[in-house]
Design a protein around this ligand. Structure first.
Ligand SMILES: NC(=O)c1ccc[n+]([C@@H]2O[C@H](COP(=O)([O-])OP(=O)(O)OC[C@H]3O[C@@H](n4cnc5c(N)ncnc54)[C@H](OP(=O)(O)O)[C@@H]3O)[C@@H](O)[C@H]2O)c1
Length: 280
């Protein structure tokens, strides 16, 4: 399916180790960015119903061979009841103009809705062939452990915030132990990490961009990276990662930068908003 290095999921499907992130890009920039990505060799696209862009992605994907793209979407926490989850997936498929997703994720855990109910709905979608693999996102070790314990279908992925400033070693180790691929959301820490002197010094040393240094480090940690860019030049740069290496000492220097700093997963929730919609 792809010339990219991949991770093999429990289903046997191959997940390309770099995906094009699509959160919060204007429609025109997303069209251009996605075409640039697919033309440059990306074979993995990450979206979500909560990004409100699936129709734009669907229009662009219609110009390409669907089977060459590993397509992920996510269901919002407010749609995690059985019937809502089924309907949310069907709506995502319609907007994306496809009859299957390669991966469908629970976008955030929702403590107000039974995880067993949500995973039963995931299993139904899987049985119907609408989703090839299932996973979760922003799950803690405890939540992921529960999901593995009760799911009929293997939990293939946990998509979490991950970059040198937020490495979450215990959670990542638990993912490894449970054969759960870690996908790095916000792998560039939304550019905050570009101000780190260690990163900029390495960029100079290797004559690479700061983004490339951070993404290369992530791949060397065994995770899948999902950089987002609206700039065609950056999109190209973000997959130019495979014919050069960082020395072990430099990888270690980046690993030493962990400071537990989250750019989005701050664990603050608006329970009544568009994402959760939990009413009293
Ligand atoms: N599951 C979740 O809850 C969750 C949460 C967050 C993110 N995600 C996923 O992860 C993806 C990426 O996360 P993110 O969008 O939050 O942030 P990110 O990828 O860490 O950072 C995006 C920022 O980096 C810049 N950038 C990208 N490539 C660059 C390069 N080569 N040189 C310089 N700047 C560069 C972009 O600007 P330009 O546009 O100018 O390049 C943009 O400002 C999302 O799009 C989404 O798919 C998932």
């Amino acid at each position: 399916m792809s010339t990219f290095p991949t991770k093999t999921l429990p289903s046997g499907d191959e997940l390309p180790v770099v995906g094009y992130g699509t959160w919060d890009i204007g429609d025109e920039q997303l069209e251009e960015g996605l075409r640039t990505a697919l033309d440059a060799g990306y074979t993995h696209v990450d979206t979500a119903e909560g990004y409100h862009n699936e129709n734009v992605i669907g229009d662009v994907l219609a110009e390409y061979d669907r089977d060459e793209v590993f397509l992920t979407s996510k269901v919002l926490p407010k749609h995690l009841n059985y019937e809502s989850l089924i309907a949310a997936c069907e709506d995502s498929l319609a907007r994306l103009g496809t009859d299957y997703l390669d991966l469908y994720l629970i976008h955030w855990p929702n403590p107000a809705i039974s995880l067993r109910e949500s995973l039963d709905a995931m299993a139904t979608l899987h049985d119907r062939g609408l989703i090839k693999n299932i996973g979760v996102s922003n799950f803690s070790r405890y939540q992921l452990s529960t999901a593995h314990h009760i799911s009929d279908v293997p939990i293939a992925v946990n998509q979490i915030e991950f970059h040198p400033w937020l490495q979450r070693p215990e959670l990542v180790e638990f993912c490894r132990e449970t054969d759960t691929v870690v996908e790095a959301a916000a792998p560039l820490a939304r550019t905050e990490i570009f101000e780190d002197d260690v990163v900029s010094d390495l960029a100079e040393k290797y004559d690479r961009s700061v983004a490339q240094i951070v993404l290369k480090w992530a791949l060397e940690q065994g995770v899948v990276a999902l950089p987002k860019s609206s700039s065609p030049a950056h999109v190209q740069e973000n997959i130019d990662l495979f014919d050069w290496d960082l020395d072990d000492a430099d990888l270690d220097a980046l690993t030493d930068r962990d400071r537990g700093h989250a750019v989005y997963d701050t664990r603050e929730r608006d329970w009544t908003g568009d994402v959760y919609g939990i009413e009293r």
